[in-house]
Design a protein around this ligand. Sequence first.
Ligand SMILES: *[C@@H]1O[C@H](CO)[C@@H](O)[C@H](O)[C@H]1NC(C)=O
Ligand SMILES: *[C@@H]1O[C@H](CO)[C@@H](O)[C@H](O)[C@H]1NC(C)=O
Length: 359
Amino acid sequence: MCINRFLQLIVGHRRGNCKFNHPITILILSILVLVLYFLYSFHWSQKKLFQYYILDEVSNTSSKYADFEFTINEIMRCSREAPFLVMLVTSHPSESNTRHAIRSTWGGVREVYYGKEQLVGVLTLFLLGIPASMSVQAAVETESRVHKDIVQQNFVDSYRNLTLKVLMGMRWVSRYCPRAKYVLKTDSDMFVNVDLLVTSVLQPGLPPRTKYFAGHYFEATHPHRNPSSKWYLSRQHYRLDFYPPYCSGTAYTFSSDLSAKILQASQNLPLLPLEDVYIGLCLNWLGVHPLSNSLFHIKHINYSPCRYKSLVSSHGVTPDKLLLYWKGVQGAGDLHCDSVSLWLKETFCSLWACKGSSM
Ligand SMILES: *[C@@H]1O[C@H](CO)[C@@H](O)[C@H](O)[C@H]1NC(C)=O
Ligand SMILES: *[C@@H]1O[C@H](CO)[C@@H](O)[C@H](O)[C@H]1NC(C)=O
C-alpha cells in the first residue's frame, strides 16, 4: 500500500519513489479525522440547536401546556368511523358569522371523492378559548349545541395564547381521534380547497404517511425584535437570531401521529406566543423536517375560479367573499384551467380589463 504517494499527490509534494514517510502521513490522516469529526459534530449541533433557544431563567419559570380543562368538547365525533382528514380551525368566540360562512363552504365538506368513486371522510372542528364576555360564552354554548363542532378549553382567548389553542387541537386529535389519517390546522380568515388538499396533497390512494408535515415553508427567518410588531419576541424569550424551519400557521397539514408527538415535545419546550414557530421547534426536537408545498398561499390570491381551483389555501378572505368564491369554484365545474389558457386569459384581461370574466 502506498498511501504516502497518494497523499503526496494531493498536497503536490512529490518525492520520487514511494517511501513510507510516517510523520507526514500520520499528520495528514489526523487532520482528516479531525475535520470529519468537526463536520459531524456541527451537523449534530445543528440538529439539536433549537432545544437551547431559551435562556435558563426563562425556561424555569415559563409555562407549559398544562392540559387545560375542556369546557366544550366533542368526544364522540370520531368514535364510529375515523375520518381521513380532521380540519382544525382556530377561531375567536365572537366570530360566529365567520364560522357560519365556513360551515356553509369548505368547512361543510363531509366527504371527498378520489380515484374511481372512492370516498374519504372529513371532519371540521373550531378551536376556541374563553371570551372576556359571559354573553359571548353563552352564545358559543348555544352554537355548540346546534352544530356540535366546537372545542374549547379554559384559557383566555387571545392572539398571544394561540399556541395553547393549537396544542388543544393536538390534544383533541391524539385523545379522541387518533385513527384519523391527516390533520389540517388553519385559521378562520382562509379559503381552503378541501378537494385539492385531499386528492393532490394527501392522496388517499397512497399508504398513509407518518411524521409528515407540509405547508408554506419558511427557513432561517429572523425573530422580530421590535416590541410594536405583532410577531415580537424578546431576547429573553428566544435568544437565537433565527428560527427553525417551520410552516406558516395560516394552513399546514400533517399526519395525525404527529399530534401526540408534538404534545410530547411541548412538555420539553417552554411555550412561545408564535404558534407556527413553536410547532417548528417541536418538529425540530422530534427530528421531523417540514416540507414545502407551493399550493399553500400565505397571501390573498386575487380571485378567479381557475386560480382557486388550483390552490389549497388563500389568506385574508372575509366571510362574504368566502361565500362568493366558494360558489364560483363549485360552479366552475370542469372549467378548462390548464396553464396556457389561464395565461392567455390573464394577459387578455390585464390589457382589456374584462369584467365578469369567468377566468
Ligand atoms: C434554572 O434551572 C437550572 C437547572 O435546572 C438551575 O441551574 C438554575 O439555577 C435555574 N435558574 C433559576 C433562575 O432558577
Ligand atoms: C393565556 O391564558 C392564560 C390562562 O387562561 C392566562 O392566564 C393568560 O393571561 C393568557 N395570556 C394572554 C397573553 O392572554
